[in-house]
Design a protein around this ligand. Structure first.
Ligand SMILES: [Zn+2]
Length: 482
């Protein structure tokens, strides 16, 4: 059983069941292979809530979701699809309903070869959709074969995997090497070029680049800076915490082309400090809010009293956690409480950094001299950012200093196939938005200008890759003609 069952049961015990929904069913595919049908009734940056046909309202973290397929119009009476159970009855997954959130907490154990062979035979007998859910085993067995020197079988397995999941770029590159060994050079080059062009992983990009060079088809070198840029006003990008530094290098040129400013990358890494807000605290906030809105007040009162808490304690993560311990045990039972603990524990070790705190630290460490060439610093994080009560922010900035995070721009965060061009566009739009604040230029009112305010990633993607005429004018007024 996963958290979904747990929340569903909690929902039942709370009497949250609403009338069975009749709206078009969306299909929500989870990264753990489960699939839920229902209507997405609420969506924010961290979670979605799905109302199933039975009326249960199930919250999911966006990170758990692989894909949401929008449903078609409700079927007509005579052709009604059979009711789908809210929760799939397939065996519960052993790990990973929290997926990428907690790789360090939930290590993937390496199965032995016989287990893997059996699993692969099972997976390959399934239809394409079902195959894809278990495809890791096929790739893993491919790796086993490759390590043992059985190149033919390894390639066969990699190709079987790529047939249903072609965006596993690390395996495209492994397959490219084996394909080359079979003399299929053109195919190998094509595969490696795709990997190089699309990957968002620095290691894979370097590897593909090296392989293409070996094949005598090196990728074009990054253009060098226009010497005229040396004297332009400068913005320094400061890596904060662990970042993919190549990303900054890769995207710097476009920042310069779009703005006429010089962008440099600080040679040092700036410490992001401890996590300021955990995802667990955010999630317990959402669960407690739902309980307060929908559970009988006497149940809440009884749990508060047993936990020795006042209602005001529910404002704090610690208070909420203590309350939920008692409330879940009393209303849903000890088994559900154990599941709740198991699900929430990894979320206590991951979370977000406070953008305002980081800006203060950055400003203290790197002051800007008004007559200098450097006009501001933009901290760049891979870690997630928030400000005040916001669920998250892509970036935050004031005069001279700002921070931005590409956390929510990554394919792996959104469950999308990798696409570095898309990542570059998202990154550049955000850094340029931050840059304008750093330069003291007020917010733009255009909807499509690259620095328009986006409420979410869809709106961010919707913006053009260019500054509007008015923003260009304002920028020139501050930094002088290009
Ligand atoms: Zn504009």
């Amino acid at each position: 059983m996963s958290r979904h069952d747990f929340v569903a049961q909690l929902g039942l015990s709370l009497g949250l069941l609403a009338a069975a929904g009749s709206a078009a069913a969306d299909t929500i595919r989870l990264k753990n292979g489960e699939q839920v049908e229902g209507e997405v009734i609420q969506r924010d940056e961290l979670t979605i809530t799905v109302k199933t046909r039975s009326g249960a309202q199930l919250p999911y973290l966006n990170n758990e979701i692989e894909l949401i397929e929008a449903g078609s119009a409700p079927t007509t009476a005579g052709h009604q699809a059979p009711a789908t159970p809210a929760i799939p009855t397939a065996p519960a997954p052993t790990i990973s309903s929290l997926g990428d959130l907690a790789p360090a907490v939930l290590p993937r154990t390496k199965p032995d070869r016989a287990t893997l062979e059996a699993r692969v035979a099972e997976v390959l007998a399934l239809d394409n959709v079902s195959q894809r859910k278990g495809i890791d085993a096929v790739f893993q067995l491919g790796d086993f074969m490759s390590e043992e020197g059985n190149a033919a079988r390894a390639l066969e397995l990699y190709e079987a995997g790529l047939r249903v999941d072609s965006w596993r770029l690390e395996y495209q590159l492994k397959a490219a090497r084996l394909v080359l060994a079979q003399g299929r050079r053109v195919e190998a080059i094509e595969k490696a070029k795709t990997v190089y062009q699309y990957t968002e992983s620095p290691e894979l990009m370097q590897e593909a680049k090296g392989f293409l060079a070996e094949l005598g088809t090196p990728v074009a070198a990054r253009p060098t800076d226009d010497p005229a840029l040396a004297k332009r006003p400068e913005i320094v990008l400061v890596p904060v915490g662990g970042v993919r530094r190549w990303l900054l290098e890769d995207f710097r040129q476009e920042l310069q082309t779009k703005t006429g400013l010089k962008y440099s990358i600080a040679p040092y890494d700036f410490d992001a400090g401890p996590i300021d807000r955990t995802y667990a605290s955010h999630l317990t906030g959402a669960i407690v809010a739902q309980i307060l809105a929908e559970a009988p007040p006497e149940q809440v009162k009884a749990a508060l009293s047993e936990a020795g808490l006042a209602k005001a304690d529910l404002e704090t993560p610690k208070g909420r956690r203590a309350f939920l311990e008692v409330f879940i045990r009393k209303t849903a039972g000890p088994e559900q409480l154990a599941k709740f603990r198991q699900e929430i524990s990894p979320l206590e070790q991951t979370g977000q950094r406070d953008a305002e705190r980081l800006i203060k630290v950055l400003a203290g460490r790197s002051p800007v001299a008004h007559d200098g060439q450097v006009k501001g610093y933009v901290g760049v994080l891979e870690a997630d950012l928030f400000v005040k009560d916001n669920n998250f922010v892509f970036g935050w900035a004031g005069p001279s200093h700002g921070v931005m995070s590409y956390h929510r721009f990554l394919a792996e965060f959104n469950g999308e196939p990798p696409n570095r061009t898309r990542l570059r566009s998202r990154f550049v739009k955000q850094v340029i938005s931050s840059t304008f604040y750093v330069l003291g230029i007020e917010r733009c009112t255009s909807a499509t200008c690259m620095r328009a305010y986006p409420n979410d990633l869809t709106e961010h993607d919707q913006k053009e890759n260019e500054l509007c005429a008015r923003c260009k004018e304002k920028l020139r007024a501050v930094i002088g003609p290009l």
